[in-house]
Write a protein that binds this ligand. Structure first.
Ligand code: SAM
Length: 248
């Protein structure tokens, strides 16, 4: 059987595509991509032309079976997403699971990942962290998710897009309090790369005051709860409210 190579691509700066990623993309039989147009552009920038197969949220289960059959027939495939590491807030998990279940070799070609890049420059504790990806789109669900994280001791990492960054900062201030240290990493590796740090309320003010700070792609990093009594009390209240709800 062939190998499924899970290949990280740049999160903005094309110079971040590794030599091994290039070599892999050059030699596989086909590239499974989240958005084939986007990936075709990336490949052509490097003078590569490979058959592309679409693999996105909506067809992943159906596609996985076909792709596994191709791997079993001896083809080697690369899996990429639009940016960064596949499977990290991106498609691929179902394909990887199906390939592994079929005994196919799955091998990583590691590289850029926005969460890890942000963590590496935020200056917040990095020995233990929890990746939370995107918060739910609906307000009530977002607030529930955040209130469940108030006493979390690990550094928290969130992905956010331009159109919801202000709302998310508002919700973070409400959930964690304005004093909680945090950082916002925007447009990493790109022309307008900016990393802001400070208490959540101050970050929210800076983003509100400057429209440029609301453009692009964001990773929001929030310091974990210390042994601080407020967080413990908040967690106690949350569990109590849940219990009351349950007993109703
Ligand atoms: N798989 C990607 C990775 O490894 O980081 C993440 C894909 S996810 C669909 C896209 C989100 O990643 C964006 O909304 C943003 O939160 C974050 N992101 C991607 N590129 C970024 C960058 N250059 N700077 C800051 N955040 C970025």
């Amino acid at each position: 059987p062939g190998t499924l190579h899970v290949v990280a691509t740049p999160i903005g700066n094309l110079g971040d595509l590794s030599a091994r990623a290039l070599e892999t993309l050059r030699t596989v039989d086909a590239v499974c991509a989240e958005d084939t147009r986007h990936t075709r552009q990336l490949l052509s920038h490097f003078g590569l032309e490979r058959p592309l197969l679409a693999l996105h949220q909506h067809n992943e289960d159906a596609q996985a079976a076909q792709l596994v059959a191709r791997l079993q027939a001896g083809e080697s495939l690369a899996l990429v997403s639009d940016a960064g590491t596949p499977l990290v807030s991106d498609p691929g998990y179902r394909l990887v699971r199906a390939a592994r279940a079929a005994g196919i070799r799955v091998s990583p070609v590691p590289g850029a990942c926005a969460a890890i890049a942000a963590l590496s420059v935020a200056g917040l504790a990095s020995d233990r962290f929890a990746f939370e990806g995107f918060l739910p789109a609906k307000t009530a669900a977002r607030r529930d998710r955040l209130s469940a994280l108030v006493a979390e001791p690990r550094t928290l990492l969130f992905y956010e897009s331009a159109h919801r960054i202000e709302e998310t900062l508002d919700d973070l201030v409400v959930a964690f309090g304005g004093e909680r240290p945090a950082a916002i990493a925007r447009e990493l590796t790109k022309l307008f790369e900016t990393v802001l740090d400070g208490p959540l309320a101050q970050l929210r003010e800076r983003v509100a005051a400057d429209p440029n700070q609301r453009k692009g792609e964001f990773v929001v990093i929030v310091q974990g709860a210390g042994d601080d009594a407020d967080a413990q009390v908040a967690e106690g209240k949350r569990l109590y409210a849940k219990l009351v709800d349950y007993l109703k």
